[in-house]
Ligand binder design. Structure first.
Ligand SMILES: Nc1ncnc2c1ncn2[C@@H]1O[C@H](COP(=O)(O)OP(=O)(O)OP(=O)(O)O)[C@@H](O)[C@H]1O
Ligand SMILES: [Mg+2]
Length: 659
């Protein structure tokens, strides 16, 4: 650094630059603008709000409300920094009941866009429009209420604009902002248009079931069916909402909505409390779903801790934690219709009675009618177990094989140098020998269909010496395959291993342009988000390169018409959804090249055998043989080991057995 550079005089920054700097905190992307404008409309008492977007919100965001309006004389003030009608002094700040109070949102947005403010309060003969750039005021036409139009976001700050993602991604964030507001205000009607298409419309509800109806509008009736009502009062605190049943838990925390006095917040106290309420009924990384509304005296919570007000600080975090936790525990414990069977036994959460835990000690206190653990724990949820912490032992055959690409027959000799006289089967014979009549991983992964049923198990001594990963013995907990080789025990994480095999195969097929597409006899349609529809349309080419044909049936419905041949048995809808989610992250046409591996990994995950699927010994052996033939099969796509060996020596040591 040049310490001798002449100091420049201290000057006050121009207003515009101050606003642009402030905008950096408040306006990160189009969705931030949507959030601020919705807040303003709600503060103005609107009961009907229409949002119109173009180009993912980058080209245009317009929010139209039927609220109180702004008198024409105040329009220029509304765009000034630190100008607000919502608080007057510190006391009012401390008990603030409106969404806004900082008086900076409109100024910030206007400094990084072309903003027009059009408003007509009741009693004013005509509406007036203010151009944010020129300051020009003109008469306009509209009924009582306000319209804010924001065009070309970040046009004056190209550096910021560069950080924006694809239109589909930005649209997705805008939709999310709208959902959050809609869930907070069932009595307000919302509509969302994008590029001239109506994407969402939620009518205003009234009456006792207004909230449930809005929850169903936004989250689907599935959410209502799979959740229980929450209503809990703890002194001055009230918690309402709905808590998802353990079965409804998801792999991502994308359906957890928490509100404090109607404000959507992301709060550690609340999320931790919710998590602990589910502690005993959810396992692994499963994420509960919930929508919780906390009502609290505004003086007991500070909403002025974050520029976007998404974080709050409670005066007494413990009381909030307890209220949230108890509210959910009570809700989950309350008896539910259809919960008990004819014998009065508690329902086992959709799980097989035979495999459900019977240990009542694990129930949360007071949960006498606990509905049991989630039906199917995805295998990926179990992969964090401590057993994976040490590195796998790497037999020399594996290394050699990867490096020089020997067929497996030669490797048995490499691996057990003293026994090179054993005549191992040729690779293709191995494959045939273990093929399953019902299902083989190989087949699922798109290889040639496997041959005849096997006589796999008739000569164990032969198997264990020839096959590095040995001979399958059993399946453990629906997750692991136990196999025996000459050295001891092999434990394979079946989903992780199969995922790798499918992945490598897809990669090879894509390289060789062999990734065929198989039309579905009956296309499957599914309810899609606007983001998914837009992604499917913009990335039709990329999808087809991946062997997927997804077409638009309506603004909210997509149909899967073809899937990659190799994944013919995967769930088409799940596959489509995850590939679209992956594609939404990426720009333009080169997507398949650049995002190839992530895309293939996503697809492989859907093609791979799920946990809790019972495999026959033949199927297990087929998987082991596939692993032996697949490059890099030692690690799953996420870099975790797919198998481990426990030598006889280690087993002996466990049992203090000297040999
Ligand atoms: N849709 C609207 N209807 C009526 N008045 C509005 C509307 N939008 C803005 N205003 C007026 O303009 C003022 C400035 O809005 P702005 O969003 O900048 O600040 P704020 O809402 O007071 O605080 P914050 O910066 O926390 O959002 C508001 O205080 C309100 O009086
Ligand atoms: Mg505001």
């Amino acid at each position: 650094m040049n310490r001798l550079a002449p100091l420049r005089p201290i000057l006050e920054l121009p207003d515009e630059l101050i606003s642009q700097i402030a905008a950096g905190e408040v306006v990160e992307r189009p969705a931030s603008v949507v959030r601020e404008l919705l807040d303003n409309a709600l503060d103005a008492g609107a009961t009907d709000i229409v949002v119109r977007l173009a180009g993912g919100g980058v080209r245009l965001i317009s929010v139209e409300d039927n609220g109180a309006g702004i008198p024409s004389a105040e329009l220029p003030v509304a765009l000034k920094r630190h100008a607000t009608s919502k608080i007057r002094d510190l006391l009012e700040l401390e008990g603030v009941g409106t969404m806004g109070f900082r008086g900076e949102a409109l100024a910030a947005i206007a400094s990084v866009s072309e903003l027009t403010l059009l408003s007509r309060p009741e009693g004013q003969p005509t509406a007036m429009a203010l151009d944010g750039r020129s300051g020009e005021l003109r008469a306009a036409a509209r009924a009582t209420g306000t319209t804010v139009e924001v065009r070309e976001l970040f046009f004056s700050t190209p550096a910021r604009r560069k950080f924006l993602k694809t239109d589909a991604t930005e649209l997705g964030h805008c939709v999310e902002a709208l959902r959050r507001h809609a869930l907070a205000r069932p009595q307000v009607g919302f509509a969302l248009w994008h590029d001239g298409r109506l994407l969402e419309q939620w009518r205003a509800h009234s009456g006792d079931d207004a909230l449930d109806r809005r929850l169903a509008d936004v989250l689907g009736t599935d959410f209502i069916d799979a959740s229980v009502p929450v209503h809990f009062t703890a002194g001055p605190l009230v918690v309402r909402g709905r808590a998802g049943l353990p079965d409804a838990a998801r792999s991502r925390a994308d359906q957890q909505f928490a509100y404090v006095n109607e404000r959507f917040v992301r709060d550690k106290v609340i999320s931790h409390a919710a998590k602990s309420a589910y502690e005993d009924v959810l396992h692994g990384q499963r994420q509960p779903v919930y929508v919780l509304y906390l009502e609290i005296d505004p003086t007991r919570v500070d909403v002025n801790v974050h520029p976007t007000k998404i974080e709050v600080r409670f005066r007494d975090g413990r009381e909030v934690h307890q209220a949230i936790r108890h509210s959910i525990e009570r809700a989950l414990a309350a008896p539910r219709a259809g919960q008990a069977d004819a014998t009065g036994q508690p329902r086992l959460g959709g799980q097989d009675a035979a495999t459900a835990p019977t240990d009542t000690a694990t129930r949360p206190s007071g949960m006498s009618t606990w509905a049991g653990p989630p039906a199917a724990l995805a295998s990926s949820d179990r992969t964090s177990s401590a057993s994976r912490s040490s590195s796998p032992s790497w037999p020399s055959w594996r290394q050699s094989r990867m490096d020089i690409g020997h067929p497996i027959a030669d490797l048995a000799a490499l691996w057990r140098p003293g026994e090179s006289s054993v005549q191992p089967a040729a690779p293709h014979t191995v494959n045939e020998a273990v093929a399953s009549p019902r299902w083989t991983p190989t087949h699922l992964a798109g290889n040639e269909p496997a041959g005849t049923p096997s006589d796999t198990h008739h000569d164990p001594s032969h198997d264990t010496t020839v096959w590095p990963l040995g001979r399958a013995l059993a399946q453990l907990q629906g997750v692991y395959i136990l196999a025996e080789n000459a050295q001891g025990l092999i434990v394979v994480d079946m989903h992780a291993a199969h995922e790798r095999i499918v992945y490598e195969r897809l990669k090879q097929q894509l390289d060789e342009a062999r990734l065929g597409s198989q039309p579905l006899l009956i296309p499957v349609s599914f309810a899609a988000t606007p983001e998914e529809v837009l992604t499917a349309e913009t990335h039709a080419q990329a999808l087809s390169e991946l062997g997927l044909d997804i077409s638009t049936l309506s603004p909210r419905t997509l149909a899967v018409r073809a899937v990659p041949t190799s994944l013919a048995q995967a769930d088409g809808v799940e596959l489509a959804r995850s590939v679209l989610a992956e594609l939404a992250q990426h720009d333009a046409s080169t997507v398949v090249q650049r995002a190839r591996n992530e895309l293939l990994a996503t697809m492989a995950c859907h093609g791979a055998v799920r946990a809790n699927r019972q495999l026959t010994l033949d199927e297990m052996n087929a998987l082991l043989r596939d692993m032996e033939r697949t490059e890099r099969a030692d690690q799953c796509n996420h870099g975790r080991p797919t198998w481990r060996a426990i030598s006889l020596r280690e087993l002996d040591a466990l049992f203090l057995r000297g040999r």
